[in-house]
Design a binder for this molecule. Structure first.
Ligand code: PLP
Length: 397
């Protein structure tokens, strides 16, 4: 018996059950058009909402930072890794989010591992536990951060403040303190958390509040994100963000009051035990934030493109779910159909991902279209034409 057999068995099972992930290789930068596995295609797969990932202004900032600051910081933030670039970028991010302070970390995923455990967990002396109220469809990095904290996790129904309140009433009295945490925009359906209603419940029961706005920054609230969209600036204790989606670079952000950010900066293990973001990333992030602030028309373009594309799909008689953002789910139902649809799109020159169970509920398989400001109207017309052609060939319309 080979001790690695379990790996072979799992990989074979994944292939047999069509769960195996075939990973495509990009042969060009992330943009409206990309070369994917050697083939030039119209791209609807990246989270490059504002088309900044390959933007000359960001690239220039990164190059300059490499010349001035080197390739890497060679230390964690708390020892020798905090370069002037990092503190400047944090100030810029805090101003952008209209909060007092921000902590830059290595990624959005990392931001959730960093932020949640310092907020809630279990008291080492008394053993008293805290409780996290988490939306049923929260992102994997929130779930992992929550598990890492050691707090009790209570799941409330998706975007359901009434269920949140019922669960808080039932469970909060048994615990030391509570945290409510939600995605801002849910990336599978493109729907938005009812942040105002969730905030009301949290305020009533004195819960800590946290929102992860990975898909809302650069998109909602004139680009400032979901908190701004709801006019709740400064009300959420912790705002998580990523610099890898609309901002087109890499990195995560934890934003809030000076007190909250100072506390997390002292306690967060990814800040204490993992090296700082590179100078190139940090400078490009800063350039991205500046660029978004100065170019609100990019956000308008993104929304125009998304509305145009969504209307085109709806004209074909295909359901686009309940999206409220530039994420457009093209609902097909059957997972085999969705995969076949995606393969045919690729054959005809459109790169768009099929999502099926367990990523989305059974029977709700779809093609997920990520719109971006990087597409022209001609691109969208071509994309829609190819969607229509595939839909006809597969008998969807
Ligand atoms: C994409 C995403 C992340 C991860 O961000 P990265 O910067 O890519 O690590 C975290 N949270 C949510 C809600 C996301 O959608």
């Amino acid at each position: 018996m080979d001790k690695l057999d379990f790996m072979r068995e799992e990989l074979e099972a994944a292939k047999a059950e069509k769960r195996y992930i075939n990973i495509r290789t990009m042969d060009s930068p992330a943009d409206g058009w990309m070369v994917v596995d050697g083939k030039k295609v119209l791209n609807f797969c990246t989270n490059n909402y504002l088309g900044l990932a390959n933007h000359p202004v960001l690239k220039e900032a990164a190059k300059k930072a490499v010349d001035e600051w080197g390739a890497g910081p060679a230390a964690v933030r708390t020892i020798a890794g905090t370069q002037r670039l990092h503190t400047e970028c944090e100030q810029r991010l805090a101003a952008f989010k209209r909060v007092e302070a921000a902590l830059l970390v290595q990624s959005g995923f990392c931001a959730n591992q960093a932020a949640i455990p310092p907020l809630v967990g279990r008291d080492k002396q008394t053993g008293q536990q805290d409780v996290i109220f988490s939306d049923r469809l929260n992102h994997a990095s929130i779930i992992d951060g929550a598990r890492l904290s050691g707090a009790k996790i209570i799941v409330y129904e998706h975007c359901d403040p009434a269920d949140l309140e019922a669960k808080v009433k039932e469970h909060l009295p048994k615990y030391r303190r509570g945290l409510v945490v939600t995605d801002g925009v849910f990336s599978m359906d493109g729907d938005i958390a009812p942040l105002d209603k969730l905030y009301e419940v949290a305020a009533k029961y004195n819960l800590l509040t946290m929102v992860d706005d990975a898909h809302g920054e650069g998109v909602l609230g004139q680009g400032r994100g979901i908190v701004s969209h709801f006019g709740l600036e400064g009300k959420f204790d912790v705002e998580i963000g990523t610099l890898s989606k609309a901002f087109g670079v890499m990195g995560g952000v934890i934003a809030g009051s000076s007190l909250v950010v100072e506390y997390i900066r002292q306690k967060a293990r990814p800040n204490l035990f993992s090296s700082a973001l590179t100078p190139a990333d940090t400078a490009a992030c800063m350039a991205a934030v500046d660029y978004v602030e100065k170019h609100p028309e990019l956000v308008d373009k993104l929304w125009e493109n998304a509305e145009y594309f969504k209307a085109g799909i709806q004209r074909l008689g295909i359901d686009t779910g309940h999206t409220q953002t530039p994420i457009v789910p093209v609902m097909l139902g059957d997972v085999k159909l969705a995969k076949e649809f995606s393969a045919k799109l690729f054959e005809y020159g459109v790169f768009a991902m099929a999502l099926g169970f367990p990523t989305v509920p059974r029977g709700q398989a779809r093609i997920r279209v990520m719109n971006t400001a990087a597409h022209t109207k001609e691109d969208l017309d071509l994309g829609l034409e190819i969607f229509e052609r595939v839909a006809r060939e597969l008998g969807v319309v």
